[in-house]
Design a protein around this ligand. Structure first.
Ligand code: FBP
Length: 549
């Protein structure tokens, strides 16, 4: 196989473990902490999870390993969107499993949770796994978005585990996948299958975190990759001085990615969806806010700038959500056929005008025609508008252009360029932080299995400190749960962490953004460094550093 010089070097990198896991398997003991409660709705969650609720938090420490000698056959699944470091979770898991007993076996279920249901797997060996150490991507076994959530699926999973003698399943995923890991753990316990389930916190979106989980893996590398690109664009903007760049960054709903990139690069504008929702901002208000920056900069001869737009922002604009709901209703059932049978956009526009409320029509009318058409073209299998496909970077630049045209005070030039950064970062070579963090999560997941825990999330904390000082342990998944309304039903789920408007990262941004909007205060983070001084190659995110200040 042809591999790049960097990959060749990265294969040799030795990921750092927390100090307490470094002395070898025989010297890892467990310390049990307090019994836990769910973050809310304790009675309901307890009733739904009679076998896995209220368990103790645990930490590992240096000391005599007292885990029972037992052959372990473990299955691992990668679930959802790719995040840098996933391969190292599998490597850490494999290394701990083999260091404990050479006879232990690791199965990898292919293509996400469906691999478990379809019994589609490979068995890892040294030769295979060694090609993936410290590399990005999930191609080691593939990933998928099938949800493991029904009793029927759990029964199939139990059968597959029984067939192979599997003693534990490790699910590497985001909030939904770990919620399902918790439900599966409860099912396995209730049915006395003897199979344990351990989760690992993954997602570049950074929205799987709480007082126990300091960050999900992949966020560090993905945001560093986007920040490098944004910094390069800022420098280009400041060199050519002729374009406004509208840059959409991934993050399905939370704005952690956009905010972290803003803290790293100090752009002129960064929208934060959670603030848009809290202030109930309209599209017009957002456009005015950006146009103010364009105008002030133009008055100082700066007809250029950079604006970061979080992927999910339009869903947080209250009037836009109403518009989407009305469009979904307008095209429900046979009405979609009626609409599609119309030949021209003019006829379709009249149909829309008749069907929408006057408030929603007013919002629809100000959208650029390409976005209007997108709202009617891109439908998901249930016939709903796919909001994530809306090109919000183009939407906002068009709205800003229209605002500027209305302003007699504005005398500048406004030429916009558009970018979307998402896939560029999801499979990057993991930063040293993610390589170390992920390897530790996997290694630690095996220790949880070995000590018999079920329904736990692998937890590594104290992450803003050097790896030597990281703390390894586990927390019951039920501790992170509350009840939420999903598809018309109350369901136990892990609470998604949105950007907190009173949190330190947002407060820092808020205190500086007026200056950044007017001046050129760009910072250029450059590429991720894998080798070199600690100050550049072992950096955590600004978000984590500010949260732990
Ligand atoms: P996860 O929540 O599964 O980690 O995925 C995150 C994400 O990268 C989002 O930022 C993005 O909106 C989404 O996945 C895109 O997923 P897909 O490529 O499957 O459409």
């Amino acid at each position: 196989m042809n591999i790049s010089p960097l990959q060749k070097e990265r294969l040799k990198y030795n990921p750092k473990l927390p100090g307490m896991l470094r002395n070898g398997i025989s010297e890892i003991c467990v310390k049990e902490g307090e019994e836990t409660q769910s973050v809310a709705d304790q009675d309901k969650i307890k009733a739904l999870f009679p076998n896995t609720y209220g368990k103790k938090e645990i930490t590992f420490a240096k000391g005599q390993n007292t885990s029972p000698a037992k052959k372990q056959v473990v299955g691992v699944i990668l679930s959802g969107g790719q995040a840098p470091g996933g391969h190292n979770v599998v490597c850490g898991l494999y290394d701990a499993l083999k260091a404990t007993d050479k006879e232990n076996v690791l199965y990898g279920f292919k293509g996400g949770p469906s691999g478990l249901l379809e019994d589609d797997y490979l068995i890892f060996d040294d030769e295979y796994i060694d090609q993936f150490r410290n590399t990005g991507g999930f191609d080691i076994i593939g990933s998928g978005r099938t949800k493991l959530e029904t009793e029927e699926q759990f029964a199939v999973a139990a059968e597959v585990c029984k067939k192979h003698g599997i003693t534990a399943i490790v699910i590497i995923g985001g909030d939904d996948s770990n919620t399902n890991a918790g439900v599966l753990a409860e099912y396995f316990a209730a049915h006395e299958t003897g199979v344990q389930v351990i989760g690992c916190p993954k997602t570049i979106d950074g929205d799987l975190k709480n007082e126990d989980i300091e960050c999900s893996f992949g966020f560090d590398t993905a945001t560093k990759t986007y920040s490098e690109l944004i910094g390069n664009i800022e420098r280009d903007a400041n060199s050519a001085k002729k374009y406004w760049h509208f840059i959409k960054v991934m993050g399905r709903s939370a704005s952690h990615v956009a905010l972290e990139c803003a803290l790293e690069t100090q752009p002129n504008i960064c929208l934060v969806s959670e603030e848009v929702a809290a202030k109930k901002m309209s599209l017009s208000q957002i456009a005015d806010y950006i146009a103010d920056s364009v105008e002030k900069r133009a008055a100082n001869g700066m007809n250029f700038g950079v604006a970061i737009i979080p992927e999910g922002v339009v869903e947080f604009v209250p009037e836009f959500s109403v518009l989407i709901k009305e469009i979904n209703e307008l095209l429900a059932g046979s009405k979609a056929e009626e609409f599609n049978a119309l030949n021209t956009w003019k006829e379709k526009y009249e149909f829309i005008e008749k069907g929408l409320s006057s408030e929603s029509m007013a919002v629809f009318a100000i959208l650029p025609e390409t976005i209007q058409q997108q709202l009617f073209l891109e439908r998901d299998p249930h016939g709903n508008v796919q909001v994530s496909l809306i090109e919000s970077e183009k939407l906002f630049s068009a709205l800003v252009k229209a605002k500027l045209a209305e302003r007699s005070s504005y005398k500048g030039k406004f030429n916009a360029l558009h970018h979307f950064f998402g896939y560029e970062g999801r499979c990057a070579f993991p930063s040293n932080f993610d390589a170390d963090y992920c390897y530790s999560l996997g290694y630690n997941a095996f220790m949880l299995i070995q000590y018999g825990y079920n329904g736990y999330l692998s937890k590594i904390s104290n992450l803003s400190k050097p790896a030597e000082e990281w703390v390894a342990g586990g927390m019951p998944i039920t501790k992170m749960m509350n009840m939420e309304r999903r598809h018309g039903e109350d369901k136990p789920v892990i609470r998604k962490a949105l950007v907190e408007l009173d949190g330190k990262p947002f407060k820092y941004f808020e205190a500086h953004r007026a200056e950044w909007a007017e001046k050129t205060a760009y910072t250029y983070p450059g590429a991720i460094q894998y080798y070199g001084p600690d100050e550049v190659c072992n950096l955590t995110t600004r978000t984590l550093a500010l949260e732990k200040e």
